[in-house]
Design a protein around this ligand. Structure first.
Ligand code: ADP
Ligand code: MG
Length: 627
């Protein structure tokens, strides 16, 4: 019998390969953009028409190709990136198989223009369905431009299989964002049908991530950074309050290539445990650097999957690093704010090294932290972090004991210690539950009519009643101003107050805002106002005159701090209306103050930056009595 085996013609072999590598326009975008980066470009421009179905073009300013290389680049297994089988395992990047251009050219009409810096003329090659149509010298700047037209023009079944434009653009956007995030020092732009969707000037890592994620994302980011012997981690996680119901803002990169990993995802979600409202997903962008010999990449270029040799270790490092970052964020809101304001003010010089700066306060090593997790033997001067971690530990125990505990506080204001306190107070959500409640263990008590002592699972906290109440009122007033929904308690006997000329004018100028807070003030002749009502959130027993005088005084002082008007008024109001040190409180008042404090977005500091409470851990106390 005659031999029956035949070698497939190249064009068919290429099409078969293309079936794996090129599934949709987005796959072309990925391959072309990665090639542009590999060529050392500092500028990469992506243009597509009709969701990439008509045209995908990538223009770079990289190294370009010689005449011979330009021709060879379309051959299967043609690559400048792998020289031996050993390279397959040692390269830091993934998916080099020298197949992309050959595959693309087998299923589309491709025009390549490329020129090296040292060459006078460049090369222009037209190829369609693996067939070279023309090759000629051409003029142009150095770099490479590849246009891929009418993808799958010769495979109608595949072409018909493409999804709607919206879906295909979404896939392309995903690929574009992945490459752009991994290369903040490179300029990228992305046009669809002449609309510019992205314009990303080179910048630092945080700027790039924020720019890729879109408007307002910068304020949502908490930096994560850890260097260990095994892995280097850097990136950002979203603050818990910004978690979304939909997935999509989850990004892992290993050695600068995007990957998907349910295993790593699990590590992140475990770090967010108890911090997120149900069915929401945290935002994260995490870059992992690891010795390539410690990972097993499934070399299939589209799968983006990975296995780690030390998977437990990587898992643990990631979880602890993120938890630590979240703790830092909660404990040091002012630091966070510094970074963010200077960044959003659009002045990079004010914003040195973002990520680096944040690591300055990541003083201990990761190994320390891991051991701390189990032993919790942090010395006192490391108070903030240690406190937080202890609170958190308390929380974990409680959770194990009473998994049924549900959230007391509105989900958007959940913060770490809030949850701890909550589990302590086991407060009810319904009236029925309410009648069954007894506050676990002891009720809070006051010392020196100034501080409130409250027991928590892991020890106790000492609250400064004035600072705490300022924080509570500040957030409440700010909310009222922002939502413009004041609630007024009308006065039975309206009172008049007489002010100095200056104060009278000042109050007149801020009267609309003041009344928005829930005041009902009216001008009443010369230097006089009549107080018809007060904000209902104020404790009773306030003296209107004192309150308003103190408010104006504070407002004037705050002017120097150049707060915006709303912040100024809220701060001033909070300061003038807060419970003062020296004021005796009932148990009910203390309980309500504690509940409200931990329902705050930032319970740690008063609006002027003073501590609202200090935490004392049991083990810390035990140690002090032991020595
Ligand atoms: P691979 O990237 O796996 O090597 P490709 O088929 O994507 O395979 O590209 C083949 C070769 O063509 C590359 O190895 C590179 O030498 C060259 N090449 C492709 N795109 C560019 C570009 N934008 N600039 C310079 N050289 C390129
Ligand atoms: Mg390539």
């Amino acid at each position: 019998m005659a031999d029956v085996i035949q070698l497939l013609p190249d064009s068919i072999a290429n099409q078969i390969a293309a079936g794996e590598v090129i599934q949709r326009p987005a796959s072309v975008v990925k391959e072309l953009m990665e090639n542009a980066i590999d060529a050392g470009s500092t500028s990469v421009k992506l243009m597509i028409k009709d969701a990439g179905k008509t045209l995908i073009q990538v223009v770079d300013n990289g190294c370009g190709m010689s005449v011979t290389d330009a021709r060879l680049s379309f051959e299967r297994h043609a690559t400048s990136k792998i020289r031996s089988a050993k390279d397959l395992f040692s390269i830091r990047t993934m998916g080099f198989r020298g197949e992309a251009l050959a595959s693309i050219a087998s299923v589309a009409q491709v025009e390549l223009k490329t020129k090296r810096q040292i060459d006078e003329l460049g090369t222009r090659i037209m190829i369609a369905g693996s067939e070279i149509k023309s090759q000629e010298p051409c003029e142009g700047t150095s770099g490479t431009s590849i246009s891929v037209k009418n993808l799958f023009f010769n495979i109608p079944a595949r072409r018909n299989f493409l999804k709607s434009d919206n879906v295909e653009v979404k896939h392309i956007t995903d690929e574009f964002q992945r490459v752009a995030m991994a290369h903040p020092d490179v300029f990228f732009s992305f046009h669809h049908n002449d609309n510019e969707l992205f314009h990303l000037p080179p910048g630092n890592f945080r700027q790039r991530v924020a720019a890729v994620l879109g408007t307002n994302s910068n304020k949502k980011l908490v930096p994560v950074q850890e260097d260990t012997d095994v892995v280097k981690l850097k990136g950002f996680v979203g603050k818990p309050e910004f978690a979304k119901k939909t997935r999509g803002d989850q990004w892992f990169f290993v050695n600068n290539r995007f990957i998907k990993s349910s295993f790593l995802h699990q590590a992140v979600t475990s770090a967010f445990e108890n911090l997120l409202p149900k069915d929401t997903h945290p935002l994260y962008v995490i870059f992992i650097e690891i010795d390539p010999s410690r990972i097993d990449i499934n070399v299939h270029p589209t799968k983006q999957e990975i296995k780690f040799e030390d998977d437990k270790l990587v898992h643990n490092y990631l979880r602890v690093a993120i938890r630590h970052a979240l703790g830092q964020h909660s404990i040091t809101p002012s630091l966070d704010f510094d970074q963010e304001t200077s960044f959003t003010a659009g002045s990079p010089r004010q914003y040195p090294g973002n990520i680096d700066r944040s690591t300055n306060f990541t003083s201990s090593t990761l190994a320390d932290k891991i051991s701390l997790e189990s032993k919790s033997d942090r010395s006192r001067h490391d108070s903030n972090l240690a406190n937080w971690e202890k609170l958190y530990e308390g929380l974990k125990q409680v959770d194990e004991e009473e998994t049924a505990t549900t959230s007391l506080f509105p989900s958007e204001s959940i913060d770490l210690p809030a949850i701890t306190i909550e589990s302590e107070w086991t407060s009810p959500r319904t009236n029925e539950e309410k009648s069954n409640v007894h506050y676990v263990q002891s009720a809070p008590f006051q010392i020196h009519s100034t501080y409130i002592v409250s027991q928590i699972k892991s020890g106790f906290i000492l609250i400064d009643q004035q600072n705490a109440h300022e924080r509570i009122l500040y957030e409440q007033f700010l909310k009222i101003l922002n939502q413009q929904e004041p609630s007024t308690q009308q006065q039975l006997f309206p009172k008049t107050i007489i002010l100095s000329v200056g104060d009278f004018e000042l109050l007149k100028s801020i009267l609309p805002e003041i009344n928005l807070l829930g005041f009902d003030l009216q001008e009443f002749g010369k230097n006089t106002f009549v107080v018809n009502g007060l904000p209902s959130i104020l404790v009773d027993k306030v003296d209107e005159t004192q309150l308003i005088e103190a408010l104006l005084e504070q407002y004037k002082q705050n002017l120097e701090l150049r707060l915006d008007a709303k912040e100024n008024i809220s701060t001033a109001m909070a300061k003038s209306a807060a419970i003062k040190r020296g004021q005796t409180l009932t148990i009910e008042e203390m309980k309500s103050l504690i509940d409200q404090l931990f329902a705050c977005e930032l319970p740690f500091k008063s609006p002027s930056g003073k501590n609202c409470f200090i935490t004392y851990g049991l083990d810390e106390l035990a140690k002090r009595f032991d020595s």
